[in-house]
Design a protein around this ligand. Structure first.
Ligand SMILES: [Zn+2]
Length: 181
């Protein structure tokens, strides 16, 4: 069963895919909630603690997404490297991935060089075409998440997932607390 991650867990939520700010132009699910497997929630808690020690917080853009949402993203994405194939179950539909950034003590997002879901080469870890400050901020996020036990995706600075995440099955609406999203 998926579990809610809320502000009570020390994170901030900006669930972009439940808004019209998603790159498809309209929400791909309706409830602005962050849901993760218990294993993933536990690793996120470690990351929250490490960020807090630096005076920072994590802001979540997306966590679990229903497979129907994965299809909507897949169908809209022109570059399929940036959306996992729903025919293979995707990654987020397993509750094993989270998209997020770092926020400072004033609630301002740290400069990451490009925005969430900027599907260009600038989104890749190791991109040297962004400011030094942004490179440093990405390295802080990567360091925190890696030390907390997360795997990263080389092409997206915002995406983290459990190692060997395909051992977890894609989850249907029946795994969602309070029913479908
Ligand atoms: Zn992601």
């Amino acid at each position: 069963m998926l579990e809610h991650v809320t502000e009570a867990d020390g994170v901030l939520l900006d669930i972009v895919y439940a808004t019209d700010r998603v790159f498809t132009g309209r929400a791909v699910y309706t409830r602005p909630v962050a849901l993760l497997l218990p294993e993933a929630k536990a690793l996120l808690a470690l990351a929250v603690g490490m960020a807090a020690a630096l005076g920072l917080r994590l802001r979540i853009f997306d966590a679990y997404r229903p497979i129907e949402a994965q299809w909507a993203l897949w169908n809209a994405a022109t570059d399929k490297r940036f959306v996992s194939d729903p025919r293979k179950g995707g990654i987020h539909p397993r509750g094993a991935a989270v998209d997020l950034t770092l926020v400072d003590a004033d609630g301002a997002e740290l400069d990451m060089g490009c925005g969430f879901d900027d599907f260009t080469a600038r989104a890749a870890h190791g991109c040297l075409e962004i400011s030094i400050e942004a490179q440093r901020n990405r390295a802080i996020l990567l360091g925190i998440m890696t030390a907390a036990g997360w795997d990263h995706y080389r092409l997206e600075w915002w995406h983290y997932q459990l190692f060997d995440c395909r051992r977890y099955p894609p989850l249907s609406a029946s795994a969602v607390p309070e029913g479908p999203m």
